[in-house]
Write a protein that binds this ligand. Sequence first.
Ligand SMILES: [Zn+2]
Length: 189
Amino acid sequence: MMNCPYCGFHDSKVIDSREINDGVRRRRQCLKCSSRFTTYERLQPVGLFVIKKDKRREEFNRDKLLTGIRKACEKRPLPSGTVDEIADDIEAELYHSGKLEVPSSVIGDMVMERLKSLDHIAYIRFASVYREFADITTLKEVVDSLVSGEPEITRPTNQLPLLSAEELEELSKRDQRKGETKSVRTIKA
Ligand SMILES: [Zn+2]
């Protein structure tokens, strides 16, 4: 049993349960604050190791990943659950890759790629820590690249949840029936 990520309460009820490639995905609702969150139960055959910049190896830690993303997204107008979605997504991709070791830079790039299409401020915050901006010129380059970037990333983030969580869920199920596994991202209510 996992504590509620919002209030820390120890008990939740399962509102939906679905088999995924290598385990079970469960939507849960906290019995205290009613927040919804998702848990994944999966077989974890071997530990995944992260190779740091200084070549040290350490076991992959989802909480560390979450903390980094959460800091970048602090007070940004993102749907609740977005941070967990990003972390889940990255974790799943890492385990699916079948690699035993992953450079920390690869994980950083995976976070940046996702933040870039979600929220520019969060993206710049994350980039400034992760790329260790040495000066304002580097920052300006990143901002310039955003401004001249692909048109879809300039869309305001408050237009993201056009569909309710249930509708998105339904859509993603439909896509999976069609055999598309990389489908519509669900946004938690
Ligand atoms: Zn709670």
